[in-house]
Design a protein around this ligand. Structure first.
Ligand code: GLN
Length: 453
């Protein structure tokens, strides 16, 4: 069938099912039909390519020319970027058809997709539960079969955690592997875009199109790209897997531990060897992350002032009133909490005690991984300590939500790549297993996941 037929079918499915899920903020039906027709024409003229005509959608923090990019915030509810993010442009030139923009936690701050100005997203596996966050719209839309794959971003687990809670495969690439240009910044030293899809193979296809050097992002690394598809079929014989003792301790749901260890048994049958390792400093990861990420966010979000774009308050009496009320009315509660925490941590007198200390912990965590990867090829553990929780269950207690990030945020602090893949179900709810690898070894992660799948 043609991309046009597929696009029409999925647009109808979105219209029918998304009112329950709330995974899309904007559906771009007409531009999608035009892109699909163009892809069909390219195919008719002999062009090939796995993504040519493939439907996708983007997390609503990737800038899209002439289409709303809201970051799920009131402060950007009317913002249309004058350009496409590099990731958006690259996928479009590979022929992917974007059906729209996906819901998320406001400014990507959250693990439940409940902080969106456009309302919470529901988990398709149980509509009374959260899909994870912050790329919750991406995860819900793919899990419900509204689109086969989506883009997401991962600052502290926001691709891997929602993938785990919705039975998908999600990849956070090495920091610098994918351009951040046109991706609205949350915490710039941690943010990284990547794919969510059903399988490692689909993630490999998307990553191949998204990754690569971009002169517009000064932290984007000019290192050769691997052939992610070719790497999938490599046998696992001799693969050395490390199980960090700290990832299997208190706080982990025992039923998830069991599922994760069952994956390990399967990988052994494929020829892998397993040993216990230690990452002694990861106990400090959550406090360090929740200083560094808000600190960077408080700086990044200072650009939203109601002057140049986005929401502006009614009838400001002077400039200060304009700033205060535009920001006060435009940002949601979690975003304000982070701006205040971050501003405090960066202020004179507290900088050394909080921000600098957190950066030192970050280095220790990075060193833990470097040491571990001298002994093993990949590190394996659970993606999350618990399956999806009920909507509203943790919204009054932000710290209990922060604790759900315990296994994912370390990869962002160190900058290494991480992947979450389905590990089965606990009480009918999906759970994930996480794989971590040394810098720029996305191909290895996709290979292991594909061999298991
Ligand atoms: N849950 C984490 C946070 O709220 C991670 C979010 C993310 O990766 N964007 O900061």
């Amino acid at each position: 069938f043609s991309s046009t037929e597929l696009t029409d079918t999925l647009l109808a499915r979105i219209a029918q099912l998304d009112p329950q899920l709330n995974s899309f903020i904007t559906v771009t039906a007409e531009p999608a039909r035009a892109q699909a027709a163009a892809a069909d024409a390219r195919r008719a003229s002999g062009e090939n390519g796995a993504l040519l005509g493939a439907p996708i959608a983007h997390k609503d923090l990737f800038c899209t020319k002439d289409v709303l990019t809201t970051c799920a915030s009131k402060i950007l509810h009317n913002f249309k970027a004058p350009y496409d993010a590099t990731v958006v442009a690259k996928l479009a030139s590979a022929g992917a058809v974007s059906l729209g923009k996906l819901n998320m936690d406001e400014f990507a701050m959250g693990s439940a997709n409940e902080s969106s100005h456009f309302g919470a997203v529901k988990n398709p596996w149980d509509l009374s539960r959260v899909p994870g966050g912050s790329s919750g719209g991406s995860a819900a839309a793919v899990a419900a079969g509204l689109i086969p794959a989506a883009t997401g971003t991962d600052t502290g687990g926001s691709i891997r955690q929602p993938a785990a809670l919705t039975n998908l495969t999600g990849l956070k690439p090495t920091y610098g592997r994918v351009s951040r240009w046109g991706m609205i910044a949350y915490a710039s030293s941690l943010d990284q875009g990547g794919p969510l899809a059903r399988t490692a193979e689909d993630c490999a296809l998307l990553l191949g199109a998204m990754a690569g050097f971009d002169a517009k992002d000064s932290t984007c690394v000019d290192a050769p790209l691997d052939d992610y598809l070719a790497a999938l079929s490599q046998p696992l014989a001799g693969l050395r897997i490390g199980l960090p003792r700290e990832y299997f301790g208190a706080g982990l749901d025992a039923r998830i531990a069991e599922k994760v260890l069952a994956v390990v048994e399967e990988l052994k049958k494929l020829g892998a060897t397993v040993k216990e390792i230690s990452l002694p400093n990861i106990q400090h990861a959550i406090p360090a992350y929740y200083v560094i990420a808000p600190a960077e966010a408080s700086s990044n979000l200072s650009r939203f002032d109601g002057v140049r774009f986005g929401y502006r308050c009614e009838n400001p009496v002077n400039l200060e009133d304009l700033y205060k009320r535009s920001r006060g009315e435009g940002f949601g509660a979690e975003v304000k909490r982070r701006i205040m925490v971050g501003t405090y941590a960066l202020s004179a007198g507290y900088y050394d005690a909080y921000y600098l200390k957190a950066q030192k912990i970050r280095r220790l965590i990075k060193n833990d991984f470097v040491a571990a990867f001298n002994e093993v090829d990949v590190i394996l553990g659970p993606t999350t300590p618990n399956p999806a929780w009920k909507l509203g269950e943790k919204s009054g207690d932000p710290v209990s939500a922060y604790l759900e990030d315990i296994y994912t945020i370390t990869a962002n602090l160190a900058g290494i790549p991480g992947l979450s893949m389905p590990a089965g179900f606990v009480d009918g709810l999906p759970v994930g297993v996480q794989l971590l690898a040394p810098y720029f070894q996305e191909a290895r992660l996709l290979n292991v996941a594909h061999q298991y799948q």
